[in-house]
Design a protein. Structure first.
Lengths: 208, 227
């Protein structure tokens, strides 16, 4: 009889300890909250990427230059897929796609632990200001109205600025997060978009 | 000669035996006492160890519960935010040409044009059949009665996300402002109604629409596109 009691007690103790360890293990990487840099980045970068895809799709119909069309295909596909990743993260974190703060609020304050804050890199941003590198409706209209080499030039100029903005946002989240989903993504954005800027500057030089 | 009479051997033996037994008893008693004391000490150690163990386990549970983040009360795409007054419907999807006679006003689902309406701000009423397609992609269609004041329209516009939203006036709207998503709708009387923000949080780019993630650019603009 006492063996049975001892065994039951032992079982309960093991279950309770296992539960606690399981719960405590989530502390190592807590799920991002609604106002976190991770959530803000996921929302704002989707908007940014979707515009990149939009611009690429516009120019692709306006020129038959193979280099530009290929670059545009790449940008449209890649940035759409990446936007999908960000959408999925928010869902799996149990967060709404819509922000309850103005866009870029997550980037408005200096990262915790930043002593000397430089104005620029990985920097801060005024909440409510348009995202870095985003094309204005007028610029999009200009691209839509152009064809041929003119369209290519406008596209390249817009996209270089667009990429610089994306890199700024990615740097900003790298300074504010250690999340193992977000940081490799942001790192790859920085690398790949820097490489694309170099390519686009060459293409633009060939067309001036 | 009056010497003590010698103790006969039998009596001596008996006395010795008695003494031996007494010593034996004393020894056993001593041993028993020692064993008892040890058992008592062991019991005490056992009890205190169990208590300490119990305290550790309880502390562990309490820490685990207190330190882990609270479960979110919002469930993305679920009926997390029970917003008062939201009506839901059961329209199906279909691509058709031409004008559609919709059940709801403004329409929130059903057959629609193959081309979606590009999201944005419109100063004129937009075609239903294109707007409904945008709803299928997760956009919200915010409609206002044309008599709504300009300052109210501006205030309404400021609350909306910059993408995946169509803002347009709508003739003969049943309320001053109506917010629609795929198969959901909310009418409000006032641009200050806090349910506007709740509705957006719950339904904007919802995962429950037929085609989440589909674009709201690159198709057709309607006349009067402001932005």
């Amino acid at each position: 009889m006492s063996v049975l009691i001892a065994a039951s007690v032992a079982l309960v103790v093991v279950a309770v300890v296992a539960f606690s360890i399981g719960r405590l293990s989530t502390l190592a990487e807590p799920t991002p909250t609604d106002a976190s840099a991770e959530a803000g980045f996921s929302r704002d970068m989707q908007v940014h990427h979707l515009q990149g895809a939009e611009l690429a799709m516009i120019v692709r119909d306006e020129t038959d230059d193979p280099a530009i069309r290929l670059l545009a295909y790449d940008i449209a596909q890649t940035q759409s897929q990446q936007a999908g990743q960000l959408y999925g993260w928010l869902r799996s974190w149990g967060l709404p796609q819509a922000a309850s703060e103005p866009s870029m609020t997550w980037m408005a304050s200096a990262p915790a632990g930043a002593a000397d804050h430089e104005e620029h890199d990985g920097g801060t941003h005024e909440p409510g200001q348009p995202m870095p590198g985003l094309a204005t409706p007028e610029q999009i209209a200009e691209l839509q109205a152009a064809t041929g080499v003119d369209a290519e030039r406008i596209f390249l100029e817009l996209m270089i600025a667009h990429h610089r903005g994306a890199i700024e946002m990615a740097d900003a989240v790298l300074e504010r997060s250690t999340n193992t989903l977000v940081t490799p993504f942001a790192t790859s954005v920085v690398k790949s978009q820097n490489a694309e800027i170099a390519l686009m500057e060459d293409l633009l030089a060939d067309r001036s | 000669m009056s010497a003590t009479p010698p103790v006969p051997p039998k009596i001596k033996q008996a006395a010795r035996l008695k003494q031996e037994r007494a010593e034996e008893r004393a020894r056993k008693l001593e041993e028993h006492r020692r064993r008892e004391a040890r058992a008592k000490r062991n019991r005490r150690i056992g009890i205190w160890s169990a208590v300490a163990g119990g305290v550790v386990v309880v502390a562990l549970i309490v820490t685990a519960i207190v330190l882990t983040p609270q479960p979110r009360t919002y469930a993305a795409g679920g009926d997390g935010a029970k917003i008062e007054g939201v009506a839901t419907f059961d329209n199906q999807s279909e691509h058709v040409q031409g004008v559609v006679d919709y059940e709801q006003t403004p329409p929130v689902g059903g057959a629609h044009n193959p081309a979606w309406l590009n999201c944005g701000v419109y100063s004129e009423p937009v075609p239903n059949e294109n707007a409904v397609h945008s709803l299928e992609h997760g956009a919200l269609w915010i409609t206002y009665d044309p008599s709504l004041s300009e300052s109210d329209v501006t205030e309404l516009r400021a609350k909306l996300p910059s993408t995946y939203v169509i803002l347009s006036p709508f003739e003969d709207l049943p309320a001053p402002i109506v917010l629609s998503g795929w198969n959901t709708q909310l009418s409000v009387d006032d641009v200050d109604d806090p349910r506007i923000e709740s509705y957006i949080e719950e339904y904007w780019q919802s995962g429950d629409v037929p085609e989440p993630g589909a674009p709201c650019t690159g198709a057709v603009d309607a006349p009067g596109k402001v932005s």
